[in-house]
Design a protein around this ligand. Structure first.
Ligand code: SAM
Length: 262
């Protein structure tokens, strides 16, 4: 599954940077804004993708070591381009589900946006991210829960992919693993400071534009690899039949969880 996921994100990387990164910016800003004053130590960014967190982190923490981690070589290439050879910034290609033990209790912060829902064991992953924190270090995680909206393009895609058995969504490579596996906040126990839903508007020129971006430059790229282009074409037809005409705005809710290291 990791192989399809990584390849999907390799193929999606450039389009994701162009199409989704600007649209998802408010959630990235919210995640980084949670950090505040930090104890010493590096800032880790698991599932950094093209690393949109970086510019905001550099504004607040220009003298920190900042390390992005991502499974996809294509994403890592773009993240390194964004890092632009800065001495204190590096990007590691690898699985961020379990952090390298060398980070244990050494980090000033761990911040991750829109990665957790992709991981097969999100409770384990968020626990590992928390364990990397220095005392008083900050964890800030934003991810898509299984239900993000009542109506809108995300819920329509989900209905079409999983019409009868949403609980079995993890059978799919673009599935919402975090939701299927339980509550990630449970792994943090009493350390959680904030746990809330963040909604921001996103506007698309139309349903066809959205579907094109989602299928080629987003999480469904891995599904297309696993199931083939004919499957995606059929899905596109059914999506457009049920989608509204014209410009489309929705307000999907992502979950923010923050915690402080002990
Ligand atoms: C939706 S993108 C989000 C990227 C970025 N944080 C952002 O907000 O734009 C999700 C990223 O998670 C990465 N990812 C998925 N599973 C991963 C894993 N097990 N370890 C590291 N990265 C992973 C994907 O390669 C992809 O780049």
């Amino acid at each position: 599954m990791n192989e399809h996921l990584a390849r999907g994100w390799d193929e999606a990387a450039a389009g994701y940077e162009q199409y989704f990164v600007p649209r998802f910016r408010p959630w990235v800003e919210a995640a980084v804004a949670q950090l505040g004053d930090l104890p010493p130590g590096p800032i880790l960014v698991p599932c950094c993708g093209t690393f949109p967190e970086l510019d905001l982190l550099l504004d607040q923490f220009p003298h920190r070591e900042i390390v992005g981690i991502d499974l996809s070589a294509g994403m890592v290439r773009l993240a390194r381009e964004r890092a632009g050879g800065r001495d204190l910034v590096s990007v590691v290609e690898g699985d961020a589900s379990t952090l390298d033990p060398r980070w244990l209790r050494t980090c000033g912060a761990v911040v991750s946006v829109f990665g957790l829902q992709q991981l097969p064991e999100p409770e384990h992953a968020i626990g590992s991210w928390y364990d990397a924190l220095h005392s008083e270090g900050r964890l800030s995680v934003v991810y898509w829960p299984s239900v993000t909206e009542e109506t809108g393009p995300f819920s329509l895609i989900k209905d079409l992919l999983h019409p009868e058995a949403p609980a079995d969504a993890d059978a799919d490579v673009d599935a919402d693993a975090a939701a299927a596996a339980g509550d990630p906040a449970a792994a943090l126990g009493g350390a959680v400071d904030r746990d809330e839903l963040l909604r921001f508007p996103i506007t698309y020129t139309g349903a066809a534009e959205f579907f094109e971006a989602y299928a080629h430059s987003g999480p469904m790229r891995a599904t297309a690899i696993a199931r083939g282009e004919a499957f995606v074409e059929e899905l596109r037809k059914r999506f457009l039949e049920r989608a509204p005409e014209g410009e489309w705005t929705h307000h999907p809710a992502a979950r923010l969880i923050t915690a402080t290291g002990r």
